[in-house]
Design a protein around this ligand. Sequence first.
Ligand SMILES: C[S@@+](CC[C@H](N)C(=O)[O-])C[C@H]1O[C@@H](n2cnc3c(N)ncnc32)[C@H](O)[C@@H]1O
Length: 336
Amino acid sequence: MYARSPIGLSGWPDLVSSPACFPFRIPFLPLMLRGMSQPRHRKSGPKGSAGGDAGRPPHAARPQGRPQPAAVRPNKSEARREVGWDPVAAWYDKLVGETGSDYHRQLIIPAAMRLLDIRSGESVADVCCGQGVLVGRLLDAGAARVLGVDASPRLIDAAGGRHGRDPRVRLLVADACGPAAWADASHDAAACLMAVHDVADIGRLFSNIAGCLKPGGRAVVVMMHPCFRIPRQSHWGWDADQKIQFRRLDCYATPQAIAITTHPGKATGEHTEFHHRPLADVIAAMGAAGLAITACEEPCSHRRSQAGGPFSKAEHRAAQEFPLFIALGAVRLPVT
Ligand SMILES: C[S@@+](CC[C@H](N)C(=O)[O-])C[C@H]1O[C@@H](n2cnc3c(N)ncnc32)[C@H](O)[C@@H]1O
């Protein structure tokens, strides 16, 4: 049995009302379009996934016997051409806008700002800054210097349109997982919002984030909660006897690179990858990079059903019980 969910129990992207609004899928969209979004009161089995290897942080020691990363790949007919966020930059910029998506405003940015605790005059790096949604908030909080780094030239352009003339802001097109001259131990704080699942090499990402901080500098990472939200692998279920909406995970421990087709049906071959990793891998990679976790928040959806009806109570409860995101606060350990 299927039931429509009137509330936003879905993942990060359910920011518009209809999937038909989107001509393509981008990272996070599949969470809405492919089974994570609507509470599906169903009994269907898992969708197929193929073998492969991606997304293992080099520093994160994996205990012996742990499963190896799997990959859910695009259709064979789709060419293998990764294009990152540039092709969807205009859409993402419009979606996030000046102040952020609904989830940015209600959950992601508040958690990030609480954990960052910016003090007047500080220098802050926004790693994978996108179109710069956090930059204004950092300046408003008193940051004297903000560095925004992102791999997408178009998103950096969009950020530049907003903040490029501000002498306190520097924007850089760069791979946050590559060699990083900006990782120069000069920043008091660093943020990385909604991007950990976009990168294949979190060891390098965290190493650069740690490297850009002064010893004792603060970092915050906000991401989709890997324990509850995995594209195509997490679903809502309905227990009709107990009238409980439950979360079903078809897998968790195996890291997966999940291909996200950006133009389904058009066979352009364009896709991005969502890198699911168990939480232990993320925490271990942060630790290996010298980022000691000191705080954690698990924001749940602020959205509530307006529809009433038999499922509303259960949906409310589920919305309050299963976090959408996880925010990790960390401190750079002194270099030994
Ligand atoms: C979902 S967006 C989040 C952007 C922004 N932090 C926000 O909250 O709106 C993910 C961002 O990560 C960036 N990104 C992905 N891989 C990257 C990499 N290796 N280096 C730098 N940026 C990367 C993308 O270009 C995109 O802007």
